[in-house]
Design a protein around this ligand. Structure first.
Ligand SMILES: *Cc1c(COP(=O)(O)O)cnc(C)c1O
Length: 473
């Protein structure tokens, strides 16, 4: 399997070459040069596999430059009951007729990002060890990515983490989770701005190729292909739990921000998993909903990016989205470079031709939007009906998934975080505090370790330079 850029750089790279990279040199995103198709026979065989073996089967189709035994060992070490709380790893629960929640949030940081990040930590350590190299991870987070990355990388040999987050915009619990880490290889930088400012700084530093090379910068943002790949596995696992045979189709409702999670669903569908609808659920930051309804992609600025009660979806331009548009437009990289290149910032967006927009339906995508009132009501209704407590992001997914579901097609809502992370909204909806895993009691009181900085790429680069060792020793 070879990897290419969405923007026309046709240099073929292997998985290990792109594993430690962020954007491709031409500013595009890495994509497999084709999707492996799995036959009905293979899907049937996979149906009974435990999660770790399923993950191995799927990953090996995209990773051919790590020996199979090593890959298997990495996967086995990652997807354990000890880390994810159950043998199913992503257990499915029924909350209504043909309506399910797939729990992706029982990892160390209580959000679905652990599903990919825990694997990434092990892949990084393996690859760096194999090369005898170091890596400095530079990332931007609106909450869940940062903590998942830090919990995956803490204490790992040869890895440092520099994580930018919007100052004061994460929940107290999220701040405590990240800022309480005392591991010397973890650096928290709170930026005076919004998430997109953080992301722009990451892009600015990564686009400075000389700086990037000298300081061995890498990324764990959702644009990392390995993360997306790890997420493909739970679409299969969810499908198997909700159906009895491959003759059935299911739909997924996915709380979406950066389009990473649902893009993995798109990949699963391209591989041949019988997915009917991929429901993109946004919050008040509805740039994706607007696109899927109208074919117009209109990037929002910081002032138009709302701070909502599902903060991990407070995104105004969705970084993985380019991957889907690449497939949508028949992998026409010249057109992608035109739509997503420098013109995007200048024009503030683009509109597909009617003919191009028509194709969206062929890929199963539909979308909807959920507001604060919707998520509070959804959390309350499910609690009253079933004593089942969900977090605000999952509530957005449930609200939109329920609205758009079709008769007789099972709908699987992806649970992207546990309610314990978002106490204020749970309190508002239910008049009580969420339950919290015992290990996380009282973390808000722990000492915090972080640095505040203005939204200025030059200052962030100086900080990185001062805390890394260019000699690589
Ligand atoms: C990151 C995140 C999302 C959005 O996922 P994307 O892959 O960025 O679309 C949704 N919910 C939670 C809880 C998250 O942490």
């Amino acid at each position: 399997m070879k990897y290419i850029s969405t923007r026309g750089d046709k240099t073929e790279r292997s998985f290990s070459e792109i594993l430690l990279e962020g954007l491709a040199p031409d500013g595009g995103l890495y994509m497999p040069d084709h999707y492996p198709r799995v036959s009905g026979f293979t899907i049937a065989r996979w149906r009974t596999l435990p999660y770790n073996e399923l993950a191995f089967e799927i990953l090996r189709m995209f990773i051919d430059d790590i020996p199979a035994d090593d890959l298997r060992a990495l996967v086995d070490k990652t997807y354990t009951r000890q880390t994810f709380g159950s043998d199913a790893i992503v257990p499915l629960r029924e909350i209504g007729e043909d309506l399910y929640i797939e729990a992706l949030s029982n990892g160390p940081t209580l959000a679905f990002k652990d599903m990919a990040m825990q694997l990434l930590g092990n892949l990084f350590e393996y690859e760096l060890g194999r090369r005898g190299e170091q890596l400095n991870i530079l990332g931007a987070t609106s909450g869940d990515t940062g903590s998942a990355a830090e919990y995956a990388m803490r204490g790992k040999q040869g890895v440092r983490v520099f994580m930018l987050s919007p100052h004061g915009r994460m929940s107290p619990f999220q701040q405590a989770q990240m800022f309480s880490l005392q591991d010397p290889n973890i650096h928290n930088i709170a930026i005076e701005g919004v998430f997109d400012d953080c992301q722009d700084i990451v892009k600015a530093a990564s686009n400075d190729l000389e700086f990037k090379r000298r300081h061995k910068l890498g990324t764990v943002n959702s644009i990392n292909w390995a993360r997306l790949l790890a997420q493909v596995v739970y679409y299969f696992a969810g499908y198997f739990q909700a159906t009895d045979s491959n003759a059935e189709k299911v739909s997924f409702a996915v709380p979406s921000g950066n389009f990473g999670n649902v893009c993995a669903g798109h990949v699963a569908r391209m591989m041949g998993l019988p997915i009917r609808q991929l429901v993109v659920a946004t919050n008040e930051n509805d740039v994706l909903d607007e696109f899927f309804r109208t074919g117009t992609y209109r990037v929002r600025g910081g002032a138009e990016t709302y701070e909502t009660s599902s903060p991990s979806m407070d995104i105004s331009k969705a970084s993985n989205f380019e991957r889907f548009v690449f497939d949508l437009l028949g992998r026409d990289s010249a057109r992608i470079a035109e739509l997503f290149g420098p013109g995007l910032a200048k024009q503030g967006g683009f509109t597909l031709t009617a003919e191009e927009a028509e194709r969206i339906r062929l890929f199963g995508f539909v979308s909807g939007k959920s507001t604060h009132a919707d998520r509070v009501e959804t959390i309350r209704a499910l609690w009253e009906e079933r004593q089942d407590m969900i977090d605000p992001h999952t509530a957005d997914g449930l609200k939109v998934g329920r609205e758009l579901r079709e008769r007789d097609v099972p709908m699987i809502v992806l649970e992207t975080a546990l309610p314990a992370k978002f106490a204020a909204t749970i309190e508002e909806a239910l008049g009580r505090q969420p339950t919290r895993p015992a290990a996380l009691e009282g973390i808000e009181a722990l000492p915090k370790r972080f640095t505040v900085m203005p939204a200025d790429a030059a200052q962030v680069k100086d900080y990185i330079a001062a805390h890394t060792d260019p000699a690589g020793a």
